[in-house]
Write a protein that binds this ligand. Structure first.
Ligand SMILES: O=c1ccn([C@@H]2O[C@@H]3COP(=O)(O)O[C@H]3[C@H]2O)c(=O)[nH]1
Ligand SMILES: [Zn+2]
Ligand SMILES: [Zn+2]
Length: 250
């Protein structure tokens, strides 16, 4: 049994030298994506993975840097891969808005029978805060976290011991009490706004207030193009690199 996470992109929404933050979980021959932003299909192309080699996509929230590549993935599966559908794992709150507010504009095609998310994806609605088995040795749990106050947004626990923040405001309570103390996560992937005030993302300055034993578990992602200016200034945390593969215990 094996578990690897490869970052398909590590950039912030507006980064131009890094792809949108997205992760590929490789677990026992399965390829699961966490988010699929506008630049994710290009990143998959770089590592020679085709859409029909992706077994499922988990969605954290509906900003374009997290879902903007779904239309391309679905159309390529439909028109280049013999109508294969990939699994789409999301909560009801996300399913309700992903089609109506984001995908419908480009994908609604009633003449050919395409009316809904289910016409393009094998939609698997999962409950918040309930771990779901999505492959041998792989469970995902979506927990609601605060990003934009009016929009549903989720962080993930992978096999209970790996935390993937997606986009989230800094929360000492979440990181110290839930992620570190209660779940004892050995690995944390956290978004990181390098400068300015963190209205909707965790800032580097906020993350630097965490105790050393938590910082040591943190890989920083979702960073801006000037990331290299901050190398050596991240305390006990480190930047995860684009396309870097991290081997993890299950
Ligand atoms: O209330 C808002 C909404 C959006 N934004 C910007 O748009 C980006 C959308 O993707 P993101 O969530 O990775 O990052 C966001 C920010 O850069 C913002 O600063 N404040
Ligand atoms: Zn984002
Ligand atoms: Zn966002």
């Amino acid at each position: 049994m094996s578990l690897q996470i490869q970052m398909l992109g590590t950039g912030s929404a507006f980064a131009k030298t890094f792809y949108n933050t997205s992760a590929l979980i490789r677990s026992n021959e399965r390829n699961i994506l966490i988010d699929c932003g506008s630049t994710t299909p290009r990143s998959l192309y770089d590592i020679q993975l085709q859409p029909d080699q992706i077994d499922g996509i988990v969605i954290s929230h509906i900003h374009a840097d997290h879902v903007g590549g779904l239309e391309e993935m679905a159309f390529r599966l439909l028109y280049e891969s013999n109508q294969k559908k990939t699994k789409l794992y999301l909560t009801k709150a996300i399913a309700d808005i992903l089609w109506e507010n984001t995908l419908k504009g480009g994908m609604y095609n009633p003449e050919d029978g395409y009316h809904s998310l289910e016409d393009y994806f094998d939609v698997i609605v999962i409950e918040e805060q309930v771990p779901v088995v999505i492959g041998p040795g792989l469970t995902i749990e979506l927990v609601p976290t605060l990003h934009i106050s009016s929009k549903p947004s989720y962080s993930l626990f992978i096999n209970d011991r790996i935390f993937y923040s997606a986009d989230v405001r800094f929360s000492e309570d979440l990181l110290i009490h839930e992620v570190a103390a209660k779940r004892n996560c050995h690995t944390i992937f956290h978004d990181c706004q390098l400068s300015g005030q963190g209205f909707i993302h965790a800032t580097l300055d906020e993350l630097l207030t965490l105790p050393e034993h938590i910082q040591q578990r943190i890989y920083l992602m979702h960073y801006a193009d000037n990331m290299s200016d901050f190398i050596g200034k991240t305390g006990h945390m480190r930047f995860v690199a684009q396309h870097e593969i991290i081997d993890l215990p299950e």
